[in-house]
Design a protein around this ligand. Structure first.
Ligand code: SAM
Length: 292
């Protein structure tokens, strides 16, 4: 019988966040696949866990996934852990899970800390609808495309960023999204945890002033340090709709707008309904304007 693949969350800073179930599973499995075996040894020693470890990281994840799936098929139980938090969230795990499921292996999560979720719930921003963008891609074109998409995102946006790239990213967010409200969640669960509600512009001014500012003391006091999650307010849906309506009204007559939908393959009834919706007017008004 095949073994089980466990995805075990580990603390993101505070060891007290390790769950008893995580400790038990890590003790019971045959092997722990760890992102950084040297880093994880400290965690395992702390909890007196002596299960053998093998490395499973960004650079060997595809070849290693095959090895791990073979071991699972032979009946071994495997646990995946990463440097911190939940495997598969901006960390290795996703490919292994896909491969294991395809091989008919049982995958079981062992929940715990995740920086994104804890930043979101502490941010004061709406939590009902959110999108997680992880780290923005480094590739310039893809990064620009995602920033463009985020411009009209109405859900709360959650992003990861490294401290040495924070100012650049805030600058790009400011250019793309404007001076949106943002919560900077720093060093969550650690001694210097801070949750700061501000705006992208204010955050940028604060950091830039401190980094390039006059006093050396200021520089060391405020330059971004530690781990950050950025939680950004989504656009207001009604305001967005209003702007869309204004843009359409300014650039197209009702006839052009209607024709545009007909050209896209809609019938007259559907096109009239779509024009009325886009312009925030009744179908009767659309009809009358088309008739004049
Ligand atoms: N798998 C992890 C999780 O479940 O959150 C995320 C790993 S990702 C490689 C590392 C990023 O997560 C950091 O750059 C930072 O953006 C965020 N992060 C991790 N720990 C954090 C903490 N204690 N406080 C704030 N952000 C944290």
């Amino acid at each position: 019988m095949a073994g089980t693949l466990y995805l075990v969350a580990t603390p993101i800073g505070n060891l007290e966040d390790m769950t008893p179930r995580a400790v038990r599973i890590l003790n019971e499995v045959d092997v722990i696949a760890a992102e950084d075996t040297r880093g994880s040894i400290r965690l395992l020693n702390h909890f007196d866990i002596h299960t053998p470890m093998t490395s499973y990281h960004e650079y060997n994840k595809l070849s290693k996934a095959h090895v791990l799936v073979d071991r699972l098929l032979q009946g071994e139980n495997v646990a995946v852990i990463t440097d911190a938090g939940t495997p598969g969230i901006s960390d290795p795990g996703e490919d292994l899970v896909r491969m294991a499921l395809a091989a008919g292996i049982t995958v079981s999560p062992v929940p715990g800390a995740c920086a994104a979720v804890n930043a979101l719930v502490s941010s004061g921003k709406p939590t009902r609808r959110f999108c997680f963008e992880a780290f923005l891609p480094m590739e310039r074109k893809e990064r620009a495309e995602i920033l463009k998409e985020l411009k009209t995102e109405t859900r709360t946006i959650v992003l990861y960023e490294a401290p040495h790239r924070l100012i650049r990213t805030l600058g790009e967010l400011y250019t793309a999204l404007g001076d949106r409200e943002i919560t900077l969640c720093r060093e969550l669960t650690k001694k210097h945890e801070t949750i700061e509600e501000t705006t992208i512009g204010m955050a940028l001014r604060k950091f830039e002033a401190k980094v390039s500012g006059e006093g050396a003391e200021e520089v060391s006091a405020e330059a971004p340090r530690g781990e950050y999650v950025l939680v950004i307010a989504g656009r207001d849906r009604r305001e967005l709709q209003r702007e869309k309506q204004e843009a359409i009204t300014e650039t197209m007559t009702v006839e052009e707008h209607f024709q545009n939908y007909l050209d896209q393959g809609m019938d007259r009834k559907e096109a009239m309904k779509a024009v009325a919706r886009d312009r925030g007017i009744s179908k009767r008004d659309v009809y009358q304007q088309l008739m004049t």
